[in-house]
Write a protein that binds this ligand. Sequence first.
Ligand SMILES: [Zn+2]
Length: 94
Amino acid sequence: MGMFDYVNLRIRCPICKSFIDGFQTKDSHCIMNIVEVEEINNFYAHCSKCHSWIEFNRKKEQSARFLEFDKLERDFDIVVKEEKMRDNKKEMWQ
Ligand SMILES: [Zn+2]
């Protein structure tokens, strides 16, 4: 049983521009596997050259699920109430 997994990523340090390929994450099974960036929300590394701490946290908007309306329609009864607006107020919402 390990403490983390390795991340399959190699990027340049934003500080010293040397390559970093030692990214780690605790978001997966923590069995010293190699995981892809797409599978995780947080990963981090120390630059071995300038010792800067570099950590990535996925933005919340990106992790929110986006569903097509007709997929929800299959499982839900949906109520939609169209807002009736006077013409002089319409531009506020466009
Ligand atoms: Zn660096």
